[in-house]
Design a protein around this ligand. Structure first.
Ligand code: BES
Ligand code: MN
Ligand code: ZN
Length: 487
């Protein structure tokens, strides 16, 4: 689907935003006039008052510039923030994408508003249909273009550049999460990271031999039951000042999580193809950053493994020595994400001087019990960092809520035979998981862990996504970097 900005546009469908209890905007009023009041009539006939997302649909007379007119309620003016505008763009796209019409023009208001509406439409236009071989034409969207009608076209185009980069990053994250696990495994994920090289990201991939040499036994233990080779992907975008410490993004990339020998129950196990959603968000964020040439130094690290049961698989009871030197009693092979993150975190701190570390992981089912599918849980040793992430989440819609970490929880993962065990007691499972990760964060490093188990996948369509992968985290990270690390 193509997005353009223009001062005027001829399109099959022409849409106007109407304030709640407000008058028709100028262009719509003019159309109302020339059509003998068709727009007012449609509003009266459909209880249209301009409430957010209401629509009134008008069949225009033959010979009109457009075939249909649409009025969309834009809600109260003072409540019209970025998220509302994106929602309107998404709603317009979804409502008319399969209408049979090919082009939609939206009279958008300011340049900034137009860019936001365009972003919503673009996010909503995402489809993952590469595996269908028999789609009929009427099962594919008919809408080919959305044009935002604005007076200052260059300003709208300029405002759209960074938003578009965020949308492209979101698309990459969604593609990775949606891909079936026979096609997306550690090496093929690493290949997708390498492809970011063409845009200027420096990419490096470490394989099992190198990881073993480095002593990353905690991460390697998770992948040892799989025929797929574990990989550590590193993506660097050094768009900021030379020598400035980078923001580090770390993603859990368990390309499939069977639970290992602590095997998960069969029903629903297919969900565990999206256990790489943290790594997907990191890869997507890197694409967003390079796409808008962010003036910041950012390094993305993804720990890519497959957790399988096998004769070679790790056993419950095994003790592994992590790269940090700390030993871990692996009591449950299904608590594998933290084992991957532990080594990825340590390696990163050896390699770089992090300004901040933010890790993303579909770490615990308990996180979904606590917060459902509305907020990710944030665990952080730094109040300001947690606050910044929260703010970035409210703007982008990638919402997150802070959870506690505390010495009292940390005690719960002490092991009788090693430095720690990889599970705690039944309760507070998301917190003990965060405490585990924290044990691999060096003193003085500002760190946040986002447990995104409830956010990566959606069983129902949302504001700007369909069922399936949401792309959670990409725009959050992009926004965080914009607001806190760029001038
Ligand atoms: N990947 C899962 C967590 C998960 C579950 C994510 C459901 C999304 C949806 C993780 O590796 C896991 O299995 N965690 C266990 C931890 C437990 C064994 C301590 C869990 O949450 O049950
Ligand atoms: Mn697991
Ligand atoms: Zn997992």
């Amino acid at each position: 689907m193509k997005i353009t900005f223009a001062e005027s546009a001829k399109a099959d469908i022409i849409a106007f935003l109407v304030d709640e209890d407000g008058d028709l905007p100028e262009a719509a009023a003019a159309l109302n006039e020339t059509t003998g009041g068709l727009l007012s009539e449609a509003m009266d006939g459909s209880r249209f008052s301009g409430k957010k997302d209401q629509q009134a649909f008008i069949v225009l007379p033959k010979g009109s510039d457009a075939r249909r007119a649409v009025l969309i309620g834009a809600g109260k003016k003072d409540k019209r923030d970025a998220r509302v505008l994106e929602g309107l763009g998404a709603n317009l796209y979804k409502s008319h994408s399969s209408s049979g019409f090919k082009s939609l023009a939206v009279h958008a208001g300011s340049a900034e508003d137009a860019a936001r509406i365009a972003l919503g439409a673009k996010l909503a236009s995402y489809r993952f249909d590469t595996y269908f071989t028999k789609l009929k034409d009427d099962q594919k969207p008919s809408l080919e273009s959305v044009t935002l009608v604005v007076s200052d076209v260059p300003a709208a185009e300029a405002a759209f550049v960074p938003l578009n980069a965020g949308a492209e990053g979101t698309k990459l994250a969604r593609d990775l999460v949606n891909m079936p696990p026979n096609d997306l495994y550690p090496a093929s994920f690493a290949e997708k990271c390498r492809e970011l090289g063409q845009y200027g990201v420096q990419v490096e991939v470490l394989g099992e031999a190198e990881l073993a040499k480095l002593g990353m036994n905690s991460m390697l233990g998770v992948g040892q039951g799989s025929v797929k080779e574990s990989q550590l992907g590193v993506m660097k975008w050094m768009g900021g000042a030379e020598g400035e410490d980078p923001v580090i993004l770390i993603g859990k990339g368990v390309c499939f999580d069977t639970g290992g020998i602590s095997l998960k129950p069969g029903p629903g196990m297919e969900d565990m193809k999206w256990d790489m959603g943290g790594a997907g968000a990191v890869a997507g964020a890197m694409l967003a950053l390079v796409g808008r040439k962010a003036k910041a130094n950012v390094v993305g690290v993804v720990g890519l493994v497959e957790n399988m049961p096998d004769g070679k698989a790790q056993r419950p009871g095994d003790v592994v020595t992590s790269m940090s030197g700390q030993t871990i009693e692996v009591l449950n092979t299904d608590a594998e994400g933290r084992l991957v993150l532990a080594d990825a975190l340590h390696w990163t701190q050896e390699e770089f001087q992090p300004a901040r570390i933010i890790d993303f992981a579909t770490l615990t089912g308990a996180m979904i019990i606590a917060l459902g599918n509305e907020f990710a849980g944030v665990f952080s040793n730094d109040d300001k960092l947690a606050e910044d992430l929260h703010d970035a989440g409210e703007i982008t819609g990638d919402r997150n809520w802070r959870m506690p970490i505390d010495r009292a929880y940390d005690k719960l993962i002490n092991s009788p035979i090693a430095d720690m065990k990889n599970i705690g007691p039944r309760y507070a499972g998301s917190i003990t998981a965060a405490q585990f990760i924290k044990r691999f964060v060096d003193e003085g490093v500002k760190w946040a862990h986002l447990d995104i188990a409830g956010m990566v996948w959606s069983d129902k369509p949302g504001a700007t996504w369909d069922k399936g992968a949401t792309g959670y985290g990409v725009r959050l990270l992009d926004r965080f970097v914009t607001d806190r690390f760029e001038r």
